[in-house]
Design a binder for this molecule. Structure first.
Ligand code: MN
Length: 206
């Protein structure tokens, strides 16, 4: 089948105690796997089965209406989680490094102010969704949230960092305390990877 769940490059327990091993296992092996299986079902026998998921989502309006909702939800789920696992990779510097750091400080004043805005975006997303740092078409950074598995790619923006705020991402460890999960997420972000995503986004808008 064309789309596959990427192998985690670290153990399920690598993000303990901030994200527990059981949550990681269910999230990766069950939730992400289900999005991929349903995406593959939806695109089977169509031109979309051989396309990059990012290209499909950037042009979601070109997907036939009969499968568009399935591709939006499950293709979005696949792309969002693939980025999520990558940016949670253990290791790297403890906090943001230049040039992304400089860009964030220029826009938000301080790193803490930016983090608070992202946490707020996640905490106030009603129901399920994601909180994002994205780059828009003009190269400007933005913090926003999306509902369900909607990807910023569908609105012409490039995701740099995404935080999953579906209950399945935190409920075993944090129960209803989504803000506590959001405050802890900073302990497990790989800033090398996020910095690389920023550089790639810059290349894209050039
Ligand atoms: Mn998820």
């Amino acid at each position: 089948m064309p789309f596959e769940v990427p192998e985690l490059e670290y153990g399920f327990d690598a993000l303990e105690p901030h994200i527990d091993a059981k949550t990681m296992e269910i999230h990766h092996d069950k939730h992400h796997a289900a999005y991929v299986a349903k995406l593959n079902d939806a695109v089977a026998g169509t031109e979309f089965e051989n396309m990059e998921i990012g290209d499909i989502l950037r042009n979601i309006g070109d997907v036939p209406e009969s499968i568009r909702t399935a591709v939006r939800n499950n293709g979005g789920g696949h792309a969002n989680h693939t980025l999520f696992w990558e940016t949670l990779k253990p290791g790297g510097p403890e906090d943001i490094v230049d040039p992304l750091k400089h860009a964030i400080v220029s826009q938000w004043g301080t790193i803490d102010a930016w983090k608070k805005e992202l946490e707020q975006a996640g905490a106030t997303r009603f129901g399920s969704g994601w909180a994002w740092l994205v780059m828009d078409k003009d190269g400007k950074l933005k913090v926003l949230s999306t509902a369900n598995q909607d990807s910023p790619l569908m609105d012409g923006m490039t995701p740099i960092l995404g935080v999953d705020v579906w209950e399945h991402a935190y409920y075993l460890n944090y129960q209803n305390r989504r803000p506590d999960y959001l405050a802890a997420i900073w302990k497990v972000i790989n800033w090398d990877v996020v910095g690389k995503k920023y550089q790639e986004a810059l290349e894209r808008v050039k």
